[in-house]
Design a binder for this molecule. Sequence first.
Ligand SMILES: [Zn+2]
Length: 405
Amino acid sequence: MRATTLLSKILGLNKTRVRNVTCVDEGLVVDVVPSTRVPRCSGCHCRVRTVHDRYEGRRWRHLDVGPFRVWLRYGLRRVRCPRCGVCVEFVPWAENQSWFTYDFEEHVAYLAQRADKTTLSTLMRVAWRTVGAIIERVLPRHQSGDRLDGLTHIGVDELSYRRHHEYVTVIVDHVRGGVVWASPGKNAETFKAFFKELGKERCAQLEAVTLDMSAAYLKAVTEESPQARIIFDRFHVQRLAHDALDAVRREQVREAAPEDKHDLKNTRFALQKNPWNLSAIEEQKVADVQRTNRPLYRAYLLKETLAKILDGGQVNVARKKLLEWADWAARSRLRPFQKLARTVRSHLEGIVAYVATGLSNGRSEGLNGKIRTITRRSFGFHGPTSLIALIFLCCSGITLLPVHK
Ligand SMILES: [Zn+2]
């Protein structure tokens, strides 16, 4: 068997002929040509006979062979297409504008779904930033159908990345699971862009939306899909209580006598935890707070009671108890909880709706955690479009197979 024929088999390229191979310092450079003689326009895929000019020796990175990196080399032609004008020709091994072969890109995407950043980068010998660009190209090849069809119960959430300087709004489908839409930004306009894409008819089919209490998202829902039931995310409500408790604790630390400051500072995690998860030492810390610091213990009870109400199953009971809780918090002489009491009163029906439906962004907690892990991995990407592509690749039910399966 001739060496080029063997290599052609090893590389596994379709509609491509191997002409020659050169061994260079960095690896192997394989000269190839498309197996069809008449070039095709990369814009419309039509055969075009008029060649405009030719680039000398363009290279595409292909899958490694043994220890060698492999590049395909070809003098890419530009054709004068009657429809598209002057345009590079179509090549069967790579997407227009990409300097990686389909196989290489698919393999990177397969690994991106499964492996961590360092593993992928080291194994494939590509920069992480490049991985982002590759995923952006691979994704459209695998997305099928309209993900926005048939939505009834959705959740909207914001994701922060780049150390909380930038945001992405992500929308999940509570029924089928998975991310259905994402876009940079976190204001009402961002969310409205989603409704615009959804269109009037599909907006009218929405039954429920879970969201945090951000005024921006709330405004967008009430304007664009007024029939949808608003459900405030349980974990967001809970987080507000945790924040209020922590604000009280900090205030108490500030006011405490110097010898007590240290002990009070150390109560933070014990107070935030669920009581049934406390270790013996933490239990002791909570007991000490109960004995020595009445305001802080009151704040702790307020937090715990709110959690219990949210866990309750009966809507009317929950509504009544929430109002009682708000009265208690308002009388507590703890400013952070007085503020929270006002929030709870003004958002009462949305919080009760959680008790009624059990729907919250946390319900898709596995999904949420996954999205957050991806966001941390995206550090080093060029911009939000790569991050969004990675979220879709990993969280919208796309199944990728290894290239040579
Ligand atoms: Zn064309």
